[in-house]
Design a protein around this ligand. Structure first.
Ligand code: DP6
Length: 388
């Protein structure tokens, strides 16, 4: 018999950033982190896993291209981790077919370009463990699966849940307490939307993996961040999420993006992930918030940047249209904006500025500085597509 299962898993974008490992093999972080899971209708990885007695070795295809499963590498570790869970499971029930002994073939696809500068490895490893968990019919919880996904890519552990997710760093040497937990589900605060401004779709210079290791080895600021800053921010942002307090959520998100890029600059040699367009978007969001507060309102948007120049703007649903107009004013985008949420009803943004906005804050970029705008929102965790 052939055994098969398919699952999808979402992308997540961190508000409190993971940057630095205390164990590079097990992927144990130097600080806890927290992210928002994005909607899989817009961004996801879909993975099918098959087990068959006839397969001679484990094989994997990523977007139709075969990838090598290196012995002792991250892929092999995740597959071995899932297989050993199946082996344990088979011991508990003699009627289960002994499919842990079969080799697997795995095929994974993203519904967005791999080089979009998004955390595609996070969605990919989360989909891999979700598909194998389904194939093996494991009674495992998402937190338990997150421990295995973490060993594929640290940020992947947070894609095992929907909504608002913390990766608790843990203290144990074996990593058994370094796992993802859900802070709140999507339905608790569904109004959070995200606008991804794709500034560059070419692959970044310094990978997260090597960049963060260099930071651990050389940055004197990192110690201060992990000991004195992140623990308090984790508590504060969890509280803000529970209370649906957008201004506090936004302030913490922007502060943590800034500090992550500051420790990158504090690395020897320094690492620069943001470019002029990234900085122009920061200036735009800062001025947008200033104008909102000056008019008697509250902070309405937060920017955050990962290991690349692309901006992710978190905001409430009610502000999305205004922010798309604003971004379009400074950064006319070449690729037509895909209006998945029907905000523009067939028209294109014209670059309108909100009331009280000081136009002089950021320089205008030529058309094409923002290659694409992706509008999405907080979403659910991995989905199993069957067979049941
Ligand atoms: C800046 O999870 O890609 O996106 O664990 O080495 O695979 P590895 O690194 P990765 O790092 C992500 C770093 C980040 C911040 C974050 O997602 O928290």
């Amino acid at each position: 018999a052939v055994y098969e299962a398919t699952a999808t898993a979402p992308v997540n974008i961190a508000c409190i950033k993971y940057w630095g490992k205390r164990d590079t093999k097990l992927i144990l972080p130097v600080n806890s982190s927290l992210s928002v899971t994005l909607n899989q209708d817009d961004l996801c990885a879909t993975t099918t896993a098959r087990a068959d007695l006839a397969f001679e070795r484990d094989r994997l295809w990523l977007n139709n291209k075969e990838e090598e499963i290196k012995a002792g590498g991250r892929l092999a570790t995740c597959i071995a981790g899932m297989r050993s869970l199946r082996r344990e499971f088979e011991k508990t029930d003699n009627s289960l077919p002994k499919i842990a002994e079969y080799h697997v073939h795995i095929a994974s696809k993203n519904n967005f370009p791999t080089a979009a500068g998004l955390a595609s490895s996070a969605a990919g490893f989360a989909a891999l463990v979700s598909a194998l968990a389904q194939l093996y019919k494991l009674p495992t919880t998402p937190s338990e699966l997150s421990i295995i996904a973490r060993q594929g890519s640290g940020s992947a552990c947070r894609s095992l849940f929907g909504g608002y997710v913390a990766w608790e760093m843990g203290t144990k040497d074996d990593g058994s307490d370094s796992r993802a937990v859900q802070v709140a589900g999507r339905e608790h605060w569904p109004e959070i939307h995200a606008l991804i401004c794709v500034v560059s779709d070419i692959k970044k210079g310094t990978s997260s993996t090597s960049g963060m290791q260099r930071t651990v080895e050389t940055s004197p600021l990192l110690q201060h961040r992990t000991s004195n800053i992140v623990p308090e921010r984790m508590t504060a942002i969890s509280k803000a999420i529970k209370e649906r307090d957008f201004p506090t959520f936004a302030q913490l998100t922007m502060a943590d993006s800034n500090q992550f890029h500051a420790v990158c600059l504090d690395t020897e040699p320094p690492i620069f992930y943001m470019n002029d367009v990234s900085r122009a978007i920061i200036a735009t969001i800062v001025e947008y918030n200033r104008a909102a507060v000056a008019a008697g309102g509250e902070v309405k948007a937060a920017y955050t940047y990962d290991a690349g120049p692309n901006a992710v703007i978190y905001t409430l649903k009610e502000n999305v249209k205004e922010i798309i107009e604003l971004v379009s004013h400074y950064l006319p985008h070449a690729v037509p904006f895909k209006d998945a949420y029907g905000l523009f009803a067939g028209t294109q943004p014209v670059g309108r500025l909100p009331a009280g906005f000081n136009e002089a804050v950021a320089k205008k970029f030529e058309a094409g500085a923002v290659k694409n705008l992706i509008h999405t929102s907080v979403g659910d965790g991995p989905q199993v597509l069957g067979p049941d």
